[in-house]
Design a protein. Sequence first.
Length: 412
Amino acid sequence: MQKCRYNGTPIYAFNVKGKNETINYSIEKQWKKAGEMNELICDECEASVIFRCGKVNIPHFAHKSDFQGGNPCSYSDETEEHIEGKKLLLNYMKLLYPDIYAEVRYKLPERKRADLYFKFEDGQELIIEFQRQRLSVSYWDNKREFYKKLGLNNIWFLSGKKEDLEELIREYQLTFWNRMILNDSNNTILYLDVEQKQITIIKKVTVIDNDTNELIYDKLFNRTYGLTDIKILPDGSIECDFNASFNTERDKFVQEYLENKRREAEERERLRIELEEKKKKRLEEQERRRKEEIEKLERLSQVAKQNTYTTDRTDAWSDIGYSRKSYSSDTYKQKPKKSYEYYSRNDDYYKDKVNKAISGYKFGIDNLVRILTQCGSSEYSTIKKFFEAEINKGNIRAENVYREVLRLSGLD
Ligand SMILES: [Zn+2]
């Protein structure tokens, strides 16, 4: 054990060494003698203890060998690191606040102890706990509750070396303990490297995208300080540039994130426009082809129509063995009549012939003359009907053409 009481006052075995780690022989001699005189009392069970200061073990107090187990002492052995850590923090606080009351392994109600207890000049109290990394969750949780109940500010350091930082951070991801301590201590874990006299602050930094409500940043930000570069304040907070620098880092991230987001949005918009234009072009192309197709069909249909006229005429001419080169009413009359069933036509056909003759169609009159000279009375009356309809409308040209047709046909 490191602590005992000497005439009622707490003393610490590690204080036998001076600043340069050399043994103060007068203290050693004094404490050894006090032990023999039963003046050193165990802080836990109040049995007499002796002071040991050898070459192998670190200086410590121990129950006397005749210590009977009737009153078992719970002052268990501590690791050297734990002892050194407490010593480091004790001396650091005493240096920082020369008038502070400081006690290691401070007795609290309910048989509890605080690793380090400080009372400042103005009456503020502060507990500092220095724990090995894997203390039990329930211990930590219960003790925090306990301090809360007593209204005692408390600050917890875990033992950890800077070179183990990566592993510490990995452990945060894995162990419930670390996640819990983070969540319950302002997202901060403090590590004390006893050997290097450095503390490392690890803080969980999260950023949420307000638009999407998504967690976009969840990182452990860490920074290591020499113990003398920071200041532990009476309320348990730590004065250093940590918050400023982690804010800077977070802001930088947020800025980059927003910039990326903006760029991505622009890119999405660009792609959207590009796609839209492609779609528009595709539709235009489809429309163009459709029109082309229609025009093609129209052209074909016109050609077909023209072909129909030609065929009509050709057929008509050839059917009756007519030669365009020589025709006259006599010729027509001389030709043998063919049965008009061959070219029996409906009214529309004759109406078309009449209209063509009236409008000056090249062989309009000739065609009518041919029909009239070759065909029967029904054709004649049909043709007459269409001419008369036009003439009755006052179409003088129709009248002239009709007269000419009749004349050439020998029907006048
Ligand atoms: Zn004891």
